[in-house]
Design a protein around this ligand. Structure first.
Ligand code: ZN
Length: 269
């Protein structure tokens, strides 16, 4: 099942063209089936359909969940750790991105003038479906997972290096594209993560190369903080990170899920 959050585009007059459609101010949850979105009452629990359906080209996809936190795993692929001159961590290395950095598909990533080097980091992300805190040893963690999506952990690399702490370099508004939707049925064991910039493949990795499994990551985080429905966990980036500049289009593709596409523009300052 493909879960999403969306706003219906509405014609103010049946004669107006696409560019004149206005955005409906209200966010809704939905299930994508073929070329249609079927509205549901909530992203969580068994889907309760409202009976309202829209064609996909008459809606605007939003960030697929509303996280209270976005927890990221650093250096979870050995080759990526090596390309930045870092050791492979012995335990998961976690950091946070603020919810205010999240944007949906097709929304622009804005490059701030105070950074000279902004990188893409294509990743797959876990979306939490049930409250999880200190799960029992041996407990099956799948019940806490709503599904999976694509995420771009955009990073001001120069600021990250200068500060040592990751907060500033990882937290600019627009630095966390998420989407395009949440796939609830996904075979993680045989998936690939790729990033293309302007159609050229820059990153490629296989989930089998991850140093820490999704279970290990969820357990590690939930020893520290309560994960609540909608929270997002980014699982780390494969090798091949590189710079983005204004005018680029960046795409993060996860096999079996889909492609998250965002344009890149300069921030005004
Ligand atoms: Zn990352």
């Amino acid at each position: 099942m493909k879960l999403c959050r969306f706003q219906p585009l509405e014609f103010s007059s049946a004669n107006l063209g696409r560019s004149e459609k206005s955005l409906h101010p209200e966010a809704r949850a939905g299930v994508i089936e073929g070329a249609e979105v079927r509205e549901i009452k909530s992203l969580f629990g068994a889907p309760a359909f409202t009976g309202n359906n829209w064609p996909l080209d008459e809606i605007h996809l939003l960030v697929p969940s509303v996280p209270t936190k976005i927890v990221c795993v650093g250096r979870n692929y050995a080759e990526h750790a090596a390309e930045l001159g870092n050791e492979v961590p012995k335990e998961p290395l976690i950091f946070l991105k603020p919810p205010s950095s999240a944007i949906g598909p097709d929304e622009p990533i804005l490059i701030p003038s105070i950074s000279q080097r902004v990188d893409y980091e294509g990743e797959f992300a876990i979306v939490i479906g049930e409250t999880c805190y200190m799960p029992a040893a041996g407990e099956d963690l799948r019940r806490y997972v709503l599904g999976y999506t694509c995420l771009n952990d955009v990073t001001a690399r120069d600021i990250q290096k200068r500060d040592i702490q990751f907060t500033r370099g990882k937290s600019f508004d627009t630095f966390c594209p998420i989407g395009p939707f949440i796939e609830t049925d996904w075979d993680l064991a045989s998936a690939t993560v790729e990033t293309h910039v302007n159609g050229q493949r820059k990153q490629f990795g296989h989930t089998s190369q991850m140093l820490f499994s999704t279970d290990a990551i969820i357990r590690w985080i939930a020893q520290v903080m309560t994960l609540v429905p909608g929270d997002v966990i980014a699982t780390g980036t494969p090798p091949g990170v590189g710079a983005l500049v204004a005018g680029d289009t960046v795409e993060v593709s996860v096999s079996g899920i889909g492609t998250l596409r965002n344009p890149v523009a300069a921030r005004e300052a």
